[in-house]
Write a protein that binds this ligand. Structure first.
Ligand code: ADP
Ligand code: MG
Ligand code: ZN
Length: 403
């Protein structure tokens, strides 16, 4: 049929980020590392859904959500509403999840991406607050299938960040998700530790003939927790759907899972619609009112964000865009670089050493930059010795490895 037609990808992302505040969204239970804590050790009547209890909004979680919303250039709603999203699932003891629906915390944001084709602006549709669910683990016990429930995660503050369908390739998708992760880490609201499930990504994917402005039927890939799975599953879905269109076959609107081993997407269930959840305002929670003073306080507390830092690194230190992007992808790495340059004012040399020898070393040791055995002062002194001609660059590398 349309064998010669060229297709382009249309992708929008829903990202769920846990907010790593001290306590949960609506109760005083602490937020713990899910991979460390004893199962069901941080649970109370509120987050386990006992009848008659009352949720209370965690102000710090709202602060964190505002940081993200402002960093993404969103408009903050003066009043937003918590709603009940009703569904049954064993990890959801209340029978509903508290979320925001009709009146989310923030809308109309923007994230600027650097892609192979230059800068692209990705529109953010909405940013809203909700609570996480518990976690099920499926095991075999004496040959019988068993499901174990851990409610430590139930009620942990969760931020949902929804983009417009502005992404046009699997590489774009990865760049967007990675820029968002970097912002969350800069803001100190989320560790970005995807293996621990604190950041989960759901791409919505469709394709359309190049030049068309229409949106065709999309599929949604659930709960990806690595950039590799994200990029591979989106690339797979783009190819699969393009093929279907070329063959004149319909693309079904479906929720898909990504099978890492087989490298393909598989249908999970029919897609539910908003009306299936019977959303209604939670009668136990007042509208969330955010005044200008609150917004201003948060705005004043925001750190310099990756994109601004990158531009500053290029202007102030004369670094190429590649170096500046890499060094500022992580706040600690950017600080390390600046500390070192303040002592040894040759930015490009420092950049080469940080991106090369230092990152290589840290990778090999499995350490983060703030755990680096070589601190910025030591690296600066080493580079000064090379500069003064005391030792050669080659010897410096040996000395560095010793350090
Ligand atoms: P739902 O809440 O049912 O998943 P939304 O309409 O809120 O659906 O959209 C969710 C995500 O899907 C958004 O990120 C949006 O950009 C994206 N999206 C919507 N339509 C399409 C489409 N035709 N192709 C790809 N992505 C889409
Ligand atoms: Mg969705
Ligand atoms: Zn609790």
């Amino acid at each position: 049929m349309n064998k010669k037609m060229e297709y382009e990808a249309v992708v929008g992302l829903e990202i769920h980020a846990e907010l790593e505040s001290q306590s949960k969204m609506f109760c005083a239970c602490p937020v713990v590392d899910h991979t460390q804590a004893q199962p069901n050790s941080v649970v109370c009547p509120v987050c386990s859904g006992m009848p008659g209890v009352l949720p209370v909004v965690n102000q710090r979680a709202v602060d964190y959500a505002l940081r993200v919303a402002l960093a993404l250039n969103c408009e903050i709603a003066p009043v937003s509403i918590f709603a009940r999203k009703n569904y049954f699932y064993p990890d959801l003891p209340k029978g509903y999840q508290i979320s925001q629906y009709e009146q989310p915390l923030a809308v109309n944001g923007m994230l600027t991406l650097l892609t192979r084709d230059g800068e692209k602006e990705i529109r953010i549709r909405r940013v809203h607050l909700e609570e996480d669910t518990g976690k099920l683990t499926h095991v075999q016990n004496n040959g019988k299938a068993r499901s174990l429930i851990n409610l430590n995660r139930a009620g942990v503050p969760l931020l949902e960040i929804v983009s417009e369908p502005d992404l046009r390739s699997a590489a774009d998708v990865r760049a967007y998700a990675s820029a968002l992760r970097s912002i969350l880490r800069y803001l100190g609201v989320n560790s970005g530790d995807m293996q621990k499930g604190v950041l989960r990504i759901e791409p919505n994917v469709s394709v359309r003939p190049v030049g068309s402005k229409e949106f065709l039927t999309r599929t949604e890939i659930k709960n990806l927790n690595s950039f590799r799975s994200l990029e591979n599953s989106v690339a797979y879905e783009i190819a699969r759907q393009t093929q279907l269109h070329r063959e004149g076959q319909p693309v079904l609107q479906q929720t898909l899972g990504w099978d890492v081993e087989q490298g393909l997407t598989k249908p999970q269930r029919g897609k539910e619609e908003a009306h299936d959840y019977r959303y209604f305002p939670d009668p136990d929670l007042l509208p969330l009112v955010i005044d200008d003073g609150w917004i201003q306080r948060i705005a004043d507390s925001l750190p310099e964000l990756p994109d601004d830092k990158k531009k500053r690194f290029m202007e102030r230190y004369g670094l190429p865009s590649y170096d500046a992007a890499l060094l500022t992808s992580d706040r600690e790495m950017a600080d390390y670089f600046e500390n070192c340059v303040s002592l040894f004012p040759h930015p490009k040399q420092v950049s080469n050493w940080v991106m090369g020898a230092l990152l290589g070393l840290l990778n090999a040791l499995g350490k983060s930059i703030d755990e680096s055995p070589v601190n910025p002062e030591n690296l600066a002194r080493l580079l000064a010795l090379v500069e003064e001609g005391v030792i050669s660059g080659k010897i410096a590398k040996t000395v560095f490895d010793e350090m």
